[in-house]
Design a protein around this ligand. Structure first.
Ligand SMILES: NC(=O)c1ccc[n+]([C@@H]2O[C@H](COP(=O)([O-])OP(=O)(O)OC[C@H]3O[C@@H](n4cnc5c(N)ncnc54)[C@H](OP(=O)(O)O)[C@@H]3O)[C@@H](O)[C@H]2O)c1
Length: 294
């Protein structure tokens, strides 16, 4: 039976992966930095721990869902962000190449500068503006350097079972009649469920490489908030603010790309796999919300 080791199992994507494979005949080794029900402790920043776990369990596939995803906190926690987002994937890549496992790694649209107005393809040059983006880019480089058979999925604006923008908006709507949200940053909200489906699809192939993996279409954060409120039946107003106004209100916020829409070019070109458009994925997410654990 196929054996899959998942890191960061308790995060949004980790949970979506478990759901996506729930009906498959696969043995899962679910790990995270803190242990829990059905989750074994594995800190990906520790090379000895990673090597020992992978040597002992001999997985066919490693899916890395672990990351330091708090973009603002990464600015002040550079060393920690580098350890989790760069050294962690390096350790997994070393272990995967030693044992012959496929490595499925996840990266971000924030590897791009975001000063253009055309969707980025996999062949555009990354140039991150934040500590999060820089450390994630180093993680990609380590995976390319150390893994033999790897996939890197760059996703964006991810939301699932866990902390995310949509949930923050819904929480704020409980106590506010109006929320201020930036309208001058464009991207593609992507559900963890849609990303998990894409990962499962590619996991069964030898179609290795770097893939942009976002839901189709683009929007901005303010319009995304409005879409969430409309689906939740909330009449909370969204005040559209610029990134500069938001930065004045939140001086510790990291810089973010103004335009980080990704073109899923490699998917289209290699096997025609298509991810759902962001509005359909959001419909599905809102319908599933009551079943979520967080
Ligand atoms: N969230 C987004 O908007 C977004 C956008 C683009 C790309 N991505 C990428 O998508 C992937 C999945 O993101 P996500 O939103 O599912 O992340 P998430 O919900 O923050 O989950 C990450 C998980 O990794 C765990 N973790 C942290 N440090 C670890 C360590 N040293 N060893 C093992 N596990 C560790 C976290 O535990 P703790 O919670 O205890 O720290 C958490 O359970 C990541 O690669 C992320 O960079 C996310």
């Amino acid at each position: 039976m196929k054996k899959i080791l998942v890191t960061g199992s308790n995060g949004q994507l980790g949970r979506a992966i478990r759901r996506e494979y729930a009906k498959d005949d696969v043995t899962f080794i679910n790990t995270d930095v803190a242990d829990g029900e059905g989750i074994v402790r594995l800190d990906i920043t520790d090379v000895e721990e990673v090597l020992s776990m992978v040597r002992d369990t001999q997985p066919d596939v490693i899916i890395n869902c672990a990351a330091h995803t708090n973009v603002d906190a990464c600015e002040k926690q550079w060393d920690l962000a580098y350890k989790i987002n760069a050294i962690g994937p390096r350790n997994l890549a070393i272990a995967a190449s030693e044992t012959g496992a496929k490595l499925m790694h996840v990266s971000t649209d924030y590897v791009f500068r975001g000063d253009g107005n055309m969707p980025y393809t996999e062949f555009d040059e990354p140039d991150p503006v934040s500590a999060y983006g820089k450390t994630k880019l180093e993680g990609e480089r380590f995976v390319r350097d150390f893994a033999d058979r790897y996939f890197i999925f760059r996703t964006a604006w991810l939301y699932g079972d866990g902390k995310n923008f949509a949930k923050t908006m819904l929480r704020l709507a409980e106590s506010h009649d109006e929320v201020s949200v930036v309208f001058d940053q464009k991207g593609s909200p992507t559900s963890a469920a849609e990303l998990a489906r894409a990962i499962r699809h590619y996991e069964g192939t030898e179609n290795y490489g770097v893939f942009h993996a976002t839901c189709e279409g683009e929007t901005n954060w303010a319009a995304f908030a409005e879409a969430v409120f409309a689906r939740a039946g909330k009449d909370t107003k969204v005040r559209h603010v610029t990134s500069a106004q938001y930065a004045e209100m939140n001086p510790d916020a990291a810089s973010r790309p103004a335009y980080s829409v990704l073109d899923n070019y490699m998917m289209r070109l290699t096997d025609g796999y298509r991810m759902a458009d962001w509005q359909t994925a959001l419909d599905e997410y809102m319908a599933e919300l009551p079943k979520q654990t967080e």
